[in-house]
Design a binder for this molecule. Structure first.
Ligand code: CO
Length: 139
């Protein structure tokens, strides 16, 4: 089974989304294509397409959310928070990972930005990188 299709996005935690959007608008020479608040992750996001992948800027909407905790641990600064890969069948990948003893943060997929199904794999099983799996849902 080939698990990964492509890198869907790189998630960058930021303390201030408006300031970060300005910074990345300058860096990329264009505005973000998509803004979304993701209640399940207690974060508001902005997406910039870069070729066939994206940069996802994330600001926490609550200090106890995953992005809030990351920024606190990181001395109030932002940084690369996760890498997201797109998969064909997220349930099958999660089942396969469970069988192989890979540590999951989400045993079952949940709803992420863009209405996709997502699940996080624990950094303990990935060499220290928070890995997000994502599957596009056909409407
Ligand atoms: Co993400």
């Amino acid at each position: 089974m080939k698990n990964f299709k492509n890198i869907d996005h790189i998630g960058i935690a930021v303390p201030d989304l408006d300031a970060a959007v300005k910074t990345y608008t300058t860096l990329l020479g264009k505005a973000p294509e998509h803004f979304e608040e993701v209640a399940e992750q207690k974060a508001k996001t902005a997406f910039f397409a870069v070729d066939d992948t994206n940069l996802e800027l994330l600001q926490s909407t609550s200090p106890d959310g995953p992005i809030g905790k990351y920024i606190e641990k990181n001395g109030g600064r932002g940084g690369i928070h996760h890498i997201c890969v797109q998969v064909e069948n997220i349930e099958a990948v999660l089942e396969d990972y469970k069988k192989q003893g890979i540590q999951l943060i989400d045993e079952k997929p949940r709803k992420g930005a863009h209405g996709k199904m997502i699940a996080f794999v624990h950094p303990k099983s990935t060499g220290g990188v928070l890995l997000e799996l994502s599957q596009e849902i056909s409407h």
